[in-house]
Design a protein around this ligand. Structure first.
Ligand code: AMP
Length: 401
């Protein structure tokens, strides 16, 4: 283990600087953890006043898919670390700058590149690493889908290769659903690519996130996180999800193999399906995971603190869990930029062991995640119920200013 990490703070010439690409709620918590360690954070997003910008030293507004603009920003900021928080970034530019100029991308440009494309990460997991996955194929036209559909059968799930969190995703029951699902995937996919993955439907008992930290002092795991999704988006998560010893060992084996193959230091959210005693790899994020927000209350080091430590080359030491805990996403529907949060006192009074994060998003257009309710409990059911109680007490009004 090397002890070579040095941080220079608040210098005129050069302070240790992290460039955050994406400034949502996960980035905001990463920024806070880095700032606590004296790191200067430059938060970037395509819109102004994004959550992480509100807690960072400096900010920049630009389209991170624009290669020229991204390169110019990196050259101007001269960051010690580039930390992608979202997938909609010109990741090939990061790869190029890593190779040519030694840019340090967290956890690695390879990890960021592979995970923004379902084709790359699935091929790595299934073919190169021989990890268990759902049956699947890739296709670029309705004709190709008809030709290959027997590989997976029905029901199956179609997803754009460039997408995340259920975006552009459909469940198909018969051949009649193919055309509509393909059109939907093509319009909703990032970059509007007409390439999809079609996966056999996994009748899982549970789905979990195994937060896996790759750091200077080795690979560390958080307790497994169980979660409930609606339309591919997380609603509640809880920790620790109880797993039989042999199932947990298999989860750790799969996670550490894929994390090591992607390389670099940082936290990864590995998504796994549990079917009886079998474990199936689904996908992973090379950064903190939304279901992992539960760690804001459940652990001595949250997933954000772990990411900050790991990327700075600092040792993790011991991750301590405080017992059953849960998170519930606070969503709102509406249109407007005048937002008011009410019911906060009632929410926290109902649950003395509860906590709350309000992300500070400046506007809503449709449905948006605005905060998260957190609770400890006697059991995971108790904690989840309390987190939901806090969530349900919060009322958000949205108006146009
Ligand atoms: P993803 O964007 O791939 O994480 O998918 C979003 C959610 O859709 C997952 O969390 C699962 O609940 C569900 N899902 C994705 N792939 C499958 C599959 N092959 N079989 C069953 N459910 C799936």
């Amino acid at each position: 283990m090397s002890s070579s990490t040095e941080i220079t703070t608040a210098q005129k010439s050069h302070s240790t600087t992290a460039l955050l690409l994406g400034s949502g709620e996960l980035g905001k918590e990463v920024a806070i953890e880095l700032m606590r360690l004296g790191v200067k954070v430059v938060a970037c997003d395509r819109y102004d006043n994004a959550p992480a910008m509100q807690v960072s030293s400096e900010h920049a507004v630009l389209d991170m898919k624009d290669k020229t603009a991204l390169t110019a920003l990196i050259h101007q900021v001269q960051p010690d670390f580039v930390i992608p928080e979202i997938e909609a970034i010109a990741t090939d530019t990061l790869l190029e700058l890593e190779e040519k100029e030694g840019l340090k991308v967290i956890p690695s440009a390879k990890a960021v590149n592979f995970t923004m494309n379902r084709e790359a990460i699935r091929t790595l997991a299934a073919k190169e690493l021989d990890l268990p996955t759902s049956p699947y194929f890739f296709a670029s036209s309705v004709k190709e889908i008809h030709e290959q559909i027997s590989k997976v059968g029905f029901p199956c799930i179609m997803k754009p290769v460039m997408s995340s969190s259920g975006k552009g995703q459909s469940t198909l029951k018969s051949e009649d659903d193919i055309e509509k699902a393909f059109e939907y995937a093509c319009t909703e996919g990032r970059g509007h690519e007409s390439r999809v993955i079609v996966e056999g439907f996994v009748k899982f008992d549970r789905e979990i996130t195994l937060l896996t930290v790759s750091a200077i002092d080795g690979i560390h795991f958080c307790e497994p996180i169980g979660h409930r999704q609606e339309n591919g988006d997380y609603r509640e998560s809880w920790q620790p999800e109880p797993l039989e010893d042999e199932v947990l060992i298999e989860c750790k084996r799969i996670s550490s193999r894929v994390v090591k193959a992607l390389g670099g230091f940082g936290i990864f959210g590995v998504e796994l399906f549990i079917c009886g005693k079998s474990v199936i790899f689904s996908e992973l994020s090379p950064r903190p995971h939304d279901t992992g927000m539960v760690t804001l209350i459940s652990q001595n080091l949250s997933e954000f603190a772990l990411h900050a430590r790991a990327l700075l080359g600092l040792p993790i030491g011991e991750i301590k869990n405080f017992g059953p805990a849960a998170s519930a996403a606070i969503l709102v529907k509406g249109h407007g930029n005048k937002l008011c949060y009410q019911g906060l006192s009632e929410a926290l009074a109902t649950c003395p062991n509860g906590s709350l994060r309000i992300f500070g998003k400046p506007e809503v257009n449709g449905e948006r995640r605005m905060g998260v309710a957190l609770a400890l409990g006697d059991t995971i059911q108790d904690a989840t119920q309390k987190a939901c109680q806090i969530r349900d007490s919060i009322k958000i009004t949205v108006e146009e200013e």
